[in-house]
Design a protein around this ligand. Structure first.
Ligand code: UD1
Length: 363
């Protein structure tokens, strides 16, 4: 009998664990525990995702909350250690690149508990991103590296990781998206927002590099304001971004934009699915737009998800008003010419979670 302890902490983890838990439940005799570190704790950032995704109540919530990276990481480690001792799983399964992922990997590997990393091998090669540090540390320590795309295998091979530790399983975010797409469509969120049949843009921004500097945030908001003169712009806003707009006195640039509290998963998919374009700095949305066939402009100098560019609908743009505006023009022109041909990367087929639990059950 194999036992798995899944660790989640922040919003993007919830969509990734849901299909793996479901696939694990279908394996006879597999025991699963869900530990929520509490990195995200607002109802809109956490609880609503549990409902939408059909996630069980976590067996344990470490309740760590916010803090500097060091404080948050240390708290997660301290609180996780006794839980790990008590539950003594065969595997700790960690997801993505958030602080909770790295913190629990460190604790488990020092206790010689095997770690499986879902979404291993992604690299932005930008160590100013806290997530890149988390990816590097997690992948050095994890015993099993479960990758979403072939570029991730190539990154790990270039870092000298033995190939027996690496398995290309595909993308678990896509498992969730395909599982819930029809339910999200049926919700018809555009209609609830008065957008049925209209062209509109959907955007999210929360990365420190975009929102923690008044100049950069002002450039991005300027571009959104320009776009809002042409079509509705829907902006569900992360708590960090809301704080910064008010702190920097940039509210006047957000007047034409429709600012919403963070949305549930189903509302997000429902709105993205029918949108004309997405502007973002999120990792997950780069993938979701590729699968939904919606053009995505990512305001970052790099991406750890290059297949969304080479095979999908994503394009990088500078975090600067004129550059974003020019890219929007291109997208709108391409859309109206019908010159828009999205593809789907290998292994983004809705079966990644099944491959993951089959592997964990075997090794
Ligand atoms: C984290 C992840 C990021 C992911 C994002 C998705 C890391 C390093 N970063 O960033 O990769 O894209 O989640 O949302 O783990 N806050 C609240 N309520 C909450 C959570 C956060 O108000 O429920 C506010 C707090 O002011 C907090 C700030 O947001 O200090 C940042 O939260 P934190 O968890 O540190 O990182 P995120 O920016 O959310």
């Amino acid at each position: 009998m194999t036992s798995l302890l899944h660790v989640v902490g922040a919003r993007p983890n919830f969509m990734k664990v849901a299909p793996v838990l479901r696939a694990g439940a279908a394996i006879p005799g597999m025991r699963q525990y869900l530990v929520h570190t509490g990195q995200h704790y607002d109802a809109a950032m956490s609880d609503r995702f549990f409902t939408d995704l059909g996630l069980p109540t976590p067996d344990v919530n470490l309740g760590v909350g916010s803090g500097s990276h060091a404080v948050q990481t240390a708290r997660i480690m301290t609180e996780f250690e006794p839980v790990l001792d008590r539950l003594a799983p065969d595997w700790v399964v960690v997801y993505g690149d958030v602080n909770s992922t790295m913190a629990c990997t460190l604790v488990a590997s020092k206790k010689s508990v095997r770690v499986a990393h879902v979404e291993a091998g992604l690299r932005s090669r930008d160590r100013d991103m806290p997530e890149e540090i988390n990816r590097l540390v997690t992948d050095v320590l994890a015993d099993l590296l479960l990758t979403p795309s072939r570029d991730a295998n190539e990154n790990l091979a270039a870092e000298g990781v033995p190939s027996e530790r690496v398995h290309l399983v595909g993308n678990v975010m896509v498992d969730t998206l395909l599982h819930l797409r029809e339910k999200a469509r049926a919700l018809n969120a555009p209609e609830a927002h008065g957008l049925a049949g209209k062209a509109y843009a959907f955007c999210t921004f929360h990365r420190p590099s975009n929102v923690d500097h008044a100049g950069t945030l002002g450039e991005i908001l300027g571009a959104l304001d320009d776009l809002a003169k042409r079509m509705p712009v829907i902006f569900p806003i992360h708590p960090r971004t809301r704080q910064r707009i008010s702190e920097f006195g940039l509210g006047h640039l957000a007047e034409r934009v429709t600012l919403l509290d963070p949305l549930s998963y189903l509302d997000t998919v429902s709105l993205v699915d029918r949108s004309t374009l997405v502007l973002t700095d999120s990792g997950g949305l780069q993938e979701e737009t590729t699968v939904l066939g919606v053009p995505c402009l990512t305001a970052r100098p790099n991406t750890e998800r290059p297949v969304t560019i080479t095979e999908g609908t994503n394009r990088l743009v500078p975090s600067e008003r004129a550059g974003i505006n020019a890219a929007i023009e291109d997208v709108l022109r391409l859309r109206s010419n019908g010159g828009f041909r999205p593809g789907r990367p290998e292994g983004w087929d809705g079966r990644a979670s099944e491959r993951i639990v089959a592997l964990l059950d075997r090794v």
